[in-house]
Design a protein around this ligand. Structure first.
Ligand SMILES: NC(=O)c1ccc[n+]([C@@H]2O[C@H](COP(=O)([O-])OP(=O)(O)OC[C@H]3O[C@@H](n4cnc5c(N)ncnc54)[C@H](OP(=O)(O)O)[C@@H]3O)[C@@H](O)[C@H]2O)c1
Length: 256
């Protein structure tokens, strides 16, 4: 869905973009995917913007999906709130850490030993290595717990939520029961389950561009593969072990 590249052709009514402009963005959810390609046709009003200054195509291609998915619930964070991000080393997780930090929350990131330094460098106030510590047993409580990899559950971490706290689920594909829990916790108990259905808007892309240009956001890239190796790239992503994002590069003129 997400991409960066150079504008090759524009329609006669287009005013925002010109041939040769460097752009980045994401397909809207009501549009087909199709960004794993040399060319893609998008509307001017699509979630597309000029590429942030000083960013490569590869970096820009890895910005939107994870960040906009994380932004859904995090934009409601208030200054000083305590958030724990479980699975802080994925695409959504690395975005979540930076966005929560941007919204002035106190961020605790949970990840594997090898990614502790990374999440700290992204702005986490505290990092918990899940191989050595179970955050549900350390007595700490949070206003928000973001399960960024869909590997935890409301049942297991509700004791780590403050009264009025919110558990944010992300992977609805596998967590079919989340909408039911969200409805139930709206009426019962003082801890809520929530999720957001992201719309991918141009406004979101422009917001991220602003953050990047202000030095407040960067895309974390694990591996790069040429487009011809899309199968190998997908196999690697499906291991569930990638750190941040995996990027496909297009051979001519650097699109991604
Ligand atoms: N990427 C997106 O833009 C996007 C958008 C919408 C929804 N989603 C959904 O959001 C979920 C996350 O996707 P993603 O692309 O961000 O990451 P991902 O590829 O699913 O997760 C990779 C990261 O999760 C960590 N991880 C794996 N098992 C873990 C565990 N048990 N506890 C804590 N961390 C663990 C891995 O590091 P270690 O193995 O080293 O711990 C790795 O860094 C997926 O279910 C995806 O379908 C993703």
């Amino acid at each position: 869905m997400e991409l960066a590249g150079e504008v090759d052709e524009v329609g006669s009514a287009v005013t925002e973009f010109e041939v040769g402009d460097h752009v980045f963005g994401i397909q809207g959810y009501n549009q087909p995917c199709g960004a794993h390609a040399e060319f893609i046709c998008m509307r001017e009003r699509a979630p597309l913007a000029h590429k942030p200054a000083g960013m490569t195509f590869e970096e820009a291609a890895a910005v939107c999906d994870g960040a906009i998915s994380a932004l859904g619930e995090l934009r409601h964070l208030r200054k000083g709130q305590r958030i724990l991000i479980y699975g802080a080393s994925g695409s959504l997780g690395t975005a979540g850490v930076q966005l929560a930090r941007y919204f002035d929350a106190h961020v605790t990131a949970v990840c594997n030993t090898k990614n502790v330094e990374l999440v700290r460098s992204l702005g986490a106030d505290e990092a918990i290595d899940y191989l050595h510590e179970d955050f549900t047993k350390n007595g700490e409580t949070y206003d928000v717990i973001l399960d960024a990899v869909g590997k935890h559950s409301f049942r297991r971490c509700r004791g780590s939520l403050k009264s009025g706290g919110i558990y944010v689920a992300t992977d609805l594909g596998f967590l079919w029961h989340v909408p039911i829990l969200a409805l139930m916790t709206r009426r019962i108990g003082d801890k809520k389950v929530t999720f957001s259905i992201t719309k991918n808007t141009k406004q979101d892309v422009l917001f991220l561009k602003e953050l990047i240009e202000a030095g407040r956001y960067r895309a974390v890239i694990d591996r790069r593969y040429p487009l011809e190796q899309v199968v190998e790239a997908t196999r690697y992503v499906e291991t569930g072990q990638k750190t941040g994002n995996v990027v496909l590069t297009v051979s001519h003129d650097g699109g991604a």
